[in-house]
Each structure stands twice: as C-alpha cells, then as structure tokens.
Design a protein around this ligand. Structure first.
Ligand code: 1GP
Length: 253
C-alpha cells in the first residue's frame, strides 16, 4: 500500500504533544554545504548525548550533492529525526523523515507563497516524507541575510511586534501547522523576547524560533518567552560543544 506523505504526521504530532505538555525542543541546524564530514560526526555524537530533538538540514545555496550523504551519515549514527529545511526546491531528499513546506508569509513574493509549492507538490505527495506546512517569517536581525537577498523580500522590522503577531495569526488562520520566526542565519540581533512573547501568547500552533542564537542563556530566555522549538546553526558550527548546554537549557523548562 502506498503511504502518501500528506498522511504522515508523526513528527508534527510530536511538536504538538510537546507543546501541550509545556515542553520545549532543541534543534541543531546543519548546512550540508558547510559542515565537513568530521564535523557532522562530532555534532551528531554530541547531539545524541544531549538528547537533541531534531536535526534540520538546509542552506541557502547548493554547492554540491552532499545532502543524501550527510543525512545517511546522521542516520547511521543516531535516531534523531531529520527534517528538511530547504533553501530551494533542489534541497529534497527521500533519506530525511520530514520536510518543512515553507511559505514565506513575511514577504510578498508569490513564487515563495505558491509558485515553488506547485513545482514540488507532486514530488512531495508521492514521497515518503512527512510534509509540515510552515508559515515562515523573516524578522530583521540587523544584517542583510541570505534569505532576504535570495527571496527578494524585506524582513519584518524587529520592533514591529504587532505586524509579527498579525502575520503569524494569518498563517494560523490559513491553516499552516507551525510558524517559524527566523532572524536569519548569523543574525547580529536575534528575535526579541518581546516579539516572541507577543506572538506565542496569541498562537495555538507550535512556534519555532531561530537566527543568531549564540548562548544557552539566550536559548533559555527564548523558550521562557514562549518559543516551543529553538533552532541553532551557526554558533554550533563554530563550537559544537555548545550543544550540551543549549539543549540542557531548552529542556530545563
Ligand atoms: C537560520 O534559524 C536558523 O535559518 C539558525 O540561525 O545559524 O544563526 O543559528 P543561526
């Protein structure tokens, strides 16, 4: 019997279950173009020890064809689910467990609201991947980000909590299953606790937050403000040892 991707919900169910229990999740973001093989081994080992909840895989550019290989390396060494966080429609792999099906709802680029979705829908529907509809919101992080440039969209200004709330609510009302607020990889200023709190207080679906988080203290203050899932990439690429303290801080709630 064919199991269509749209029928699979186990990772999203775990997002919702954790939220209903008031528990928080920690995600390590791996850019398969930037992390060398030896770094992946170390990151996966530390992540397994620290009980990291998920790996997200993705980047803004495709430099090579290492995605399948990187995922298979992770799968050999750990049971942590791998979720695709694609920077483009070439970043698809059956080796992953799920994919964030991203709509860039902070922007006004129709290609990233419906165009790419049409291009990839048939592939995804027939794939074994769990597809998680995600309202993706880019928030100004103080530097021009790859996502902003590549998507040809402006981020939401960092002090406009009301616009962030309205955008997240619109995504929820449209029927998206989760909201991902991202200051962009390497953001100088991560998303403020004030904005996270304002959005999370009004949202019933899981809230993912990332971009420029560099310390366990920041990860903790973000979950205290209402983020359900914290994503860290850059800081861990530079210092994989951060995984232990960051995961412990997020799981302490
Ligand atoms: C970027 O939210 C992620 O899309 C993570 O950002 O690499 O800055 O941790 P960093």
């Amino acid at each position: 019997m064919t199991i269509y991707s749209s029928m699979k919900t186990s990772i999203y169910e775990s997002f919702k279950h954790q939220k209903s229990q008031g528990k928080k999740s920690f995600v390590v973001l791996i850019d398969p173009d930037e992390v060398k093989t030896k770094n992946i081994d170390r990151i996966v080992q530390l992540a397994t020890q620290a009980k990291v909840d998920y790996f997200f895989m993705g980047g803004s550019l495709i430099m090579n064809d290492t995605l399948d290989y990187s995922i298979s390396q992770i799968k050999e060494a750990s049971n942590i689910p791998v979720v695709l966080f694609p920077g483009g429609s070439l970043q698809l792999s059956y080796a992953a467990d799920a994919i964030l099906f991203l709509s860039l709802i902070s922007g006004r680029n129709p290609d990233l609201l419906i165009g790419k979705h049409v291009e990839t829908a048939s592939f995804l529907h027939a794939s074994p991947l769990e597809v998680i509809s995600t309202g993706y919101m880019l928030i100004d992080g103080g530097v021009a980000t790859s996502v902003s440039y590549m998507s040809n969209t402006y981020p939401i200004p960092s002090n406009k909590d009301d616009i962030a709330v309205a955008t997240a609510l619109a995504g929820d009302l449209i029927g998206m299953k989760t909201i991902y607020m991202d200051a962009g990889s390497g953001a100088r200023t991560p998303i403020s606790e004030s904005m996270i709190r304002s959005v999370s207080e009004r949202l019933n679906i899981p809230l993912i937050v990332g971009g420029g988080i560099r310390s366990a203290e920041k990860a903790l203050s973000n979950v205290q403000a209402g983020a359900d899932i914290i994503v860290v990439g850059n800081a861990i690429e530079k210092d994989p040892g951060l995984i232990t303290d960051m995961a412990a801080a997020v799981h302490s709630i």
